[in-house]
Design a protein around this ligand. Structure first.
Ligand code: ATP
Ligand code: MG
Length: 562
């Protein structure tokens, strides 16, 4: 069995909606480390490219039989001449934005037929794993993978136990973990990781013990927020219940596609994306570099955009809708976007980011103690987003808005830093109330009839921890239980969770079953009484179970309902 002392490499994986990367570092046997390296050479990228790219595209390309043909930057590598003759592309299907399937969206973007999103995640992580092994083996040959590697995943704040469990299973299937319940896997959230990176640079800002700051990771698919406070000896406490939502830079791209389809015809771009993905990518690349990245939201700075279809994407001409064609011919295939066309592509996402930040600050109850708003993530590089956040929060005179020097990699670097200094985060705020099922006698004066069982009992919710509670990351709740007589040498508890602070019954609408804790304890050990002590640890993003009797520890498993 590997112990924490055997860990020699920490690898942080930022599996993003649009871009993913990893960072790695070596720890010696005294537990110290020198620096954090970021992967910046990706298969499929031109060897002589001068631009450093810390993340690869979260893309997978399959043939018609769903065999993986290409991944990451390899899918984007320029193929052929887009201005001239349109040579037919090799039939292929591209899976993109598949991380969004974990976000419980009503309408996630379609995947190639027959491809399950978990399979896509496993294949992507497998490719990252190959690069992780290659990169680390070059630097520190001879280390055992995965036994001596700690893997840290930074995940969105809104992920619950189930989504983190899916990520664990995918990591195991991708070969990143030796076994499914490996202790070498750790989770942090995107905002928490970024907050740790900001803490490491606290000396660049006026941040001292007792100060708080808000971190918003504005990515491609989600915006993740939380407020942290600096405690003694440069440690962090989470101060508010973290939040996040599916608002990010990729929704601006989707609104551009919609606007373009208003001009050239419904489903034209969708068809282009399905059949001629490299042309689609070329078009989106044009949008990002000529329109999206430079948009300031100031009308005087803006000149109408004239997009020449013959230059940017001549393939569109082939599929254009008949009713739209006459106007396009009259305009010589030039599509003009004015200021308001572009602004409306950004506004819904930006307004939501403002709302999320506002709500977080309101939750903190003492907004004066929040000195800074740190904006990280790719979308935070948008001058328009920066301007709106500044206008809204700085003019109110409360917080200063800071875009740190490496906003795109702050999550990656922070997650690695967390894996190297696990003690740096002291307290987290619980997003759910957790409890166990207890059976008690139905009480006529207290209990509603609807919860009464046929045998005159009710299933109550025995609360262990409360939503909104600030708890240490290794917070253990211990209970004593009497094991029922059974022919099996074990006992099982049902665990439930709720958004409510004080749920009373497990059949309440807002209460949901999470899973089972099973304790394996032989009958002959249940003497002189049947009392056992069992504990659940909260605060580390996964629930861990332990059981004890007479100072002897027994195996305890927490298995999620999936
Ligand atoms: N200068 C810029 N202006 C506007 N948007 C930008 C700029 N630079 C990058 N972006 C956008 O940022 C997004 C990518 O950011 P990032 O890499 O942080 O996302 P991600 O990690 O893939 O997503 P998530 O964290 O939501 O899963 C893309 O939508 C990209 O177009
Ligand atoms: Mg991200």
């Amino acid at each position: 069995m590997t112990t924490p002392q055997d860990i020699r490499i920490v690898v942080a994986i930022d599996f993003g909606t649009t871009f993913s990367g990893f960072a790695y570092s070596h720890i010696n046997n005294q537990g110290s480390f020198e620096g954090i390296s970021l992967k910046n050479q990706w298969p499929g990228r031109k060897k002589n490219s001068v631009i450093v790219q810390y993340k690869a595209n979260t893309l997978l390309q399959y043939d018609n039989e769903l065999n993986l043909m290409n991944w990451g930057c390899g899918v984007v590598a320029e193929k052929g001449n887009f201005k001239g003759k349109e040579a037919p592309e090799k039939e292929s299907m591209v899976a993109k934005l598949f991380k969004l399937y974990l976000a419980n969206l009503n309408d996630p973007p379609p995947l190639p037929e027959g491809l399950d999103y978990r399979q896509a995640i496993i294949e992507y992580l497998t490719k990252l794993k190959e690069l992780i092994i290659e990169s680390c083996d070059k630097r520190w040959p001879g280390l055992r993978f995965p036994e001596q590697f700690r893997i840290v995943f930074s995940v969105p704040a809104e992920y619950g136990l189930i989504q983190r469990y899916v990520m664990r299973l995918c990591a195991h299937n991708a070969g990143l973990l030796e076994k499914e319940d490996s202790a070498n896997l750790e989770f942090t959230t995107e905002s928490e990781a970024a907050a740790l990176w900001c803490l490491k640079h606290a000396d660049q800002y006026e941040l001292r013990e007792g100060d708080s700051y808000l971190v918003a990771d504005c990515g491609g698919g989600t915006t993740d927020l939380a407020i942290f406070s600096i405690t003694n000896k440069d440690k962090l406490d989470e101060m508010t219940e973290r939040s996040g939502a599916a608002y990010g830079g990729s929704y601006v791209d989707q609104r551009f596609v919609k606007e373009l389809e208003n001009r050239v015809g419904k489903n034209v771009i969708k068809y282009l994306c399905q059949k001629y993905f490299s042309r689609y990518l070329h078009l989106m690349d044009y949008f990002c570099h000529h329109i999206k990245f430079g948009f300031t939201g100031i009308e005087e700075d803006f000149e109408d955009i004239e997009m020449d279809i013959d230059v940017v994407c001549p393939m569109i001409k082939k599929f254009v809708e008949k009713e739209k064609e006459a106007k396009l011919v009259e305009d010589e295939w030039i599509i003009t976007f004015d200021f308001n066309d572009i602004k409306q592509m950004f506004d819904p996402s930006i307004n939501q980011v403002i709302k999320l930040i506002d709500e977080q600050i309101y939750k903190s109850k003492d907004e004066r103690s929040i000195k800074y708003i740190f904006l990280v993530g790719g979308f935070s590089e948008s001058p328009y987003l920066q301007k709106v956040v500044r206008d809204y929060f700085e003019l109110a005179g409360q917080q200063k808005v800071v875009i740190p020097s490496e906003p795109l990699t702050a999550v990656l670097r922070g997650a690695a830093y967390y894996g190297l200094n696990m003690g740096v985060l002291k307290m987290r705020v619980l997003k759910r109330t957790y409890g166990l099922r207890v059976t008690r006698v139905w009480d006529e004066l207290k209990d509603s009839k609807i919860y009464k069982n046929d045998d005159g009992t009710v299933y109550g919710f025995d609360k262990l921890v409360t939503r909104g509670e600030k708890i240490p990351v290794d917070h253990k709740v211990t209970r004593e239980y009497i094991a029922p007589k059974s022919k099996y040498s074990g006992i099982t508890f049902r665990v439930f969770m709720s958004k409510l602070e004080d749920p009373e019954y497990i059949y309440q609408k807002e209460v949901i079953a999470v899973g089972n804790v099973s304790i394996v304890i032989p009958e002959e050990d249940l003497v002189p009484d049947r009392k056992i002590e069992f504990s659940l640890t909260f605060g580390s993003f996964e629930i861990k179970a332990t059981a004890k009797k007479h100072n002897k520890t027994y195996e305890a498993f927490f298995v999620l309902d999936t």
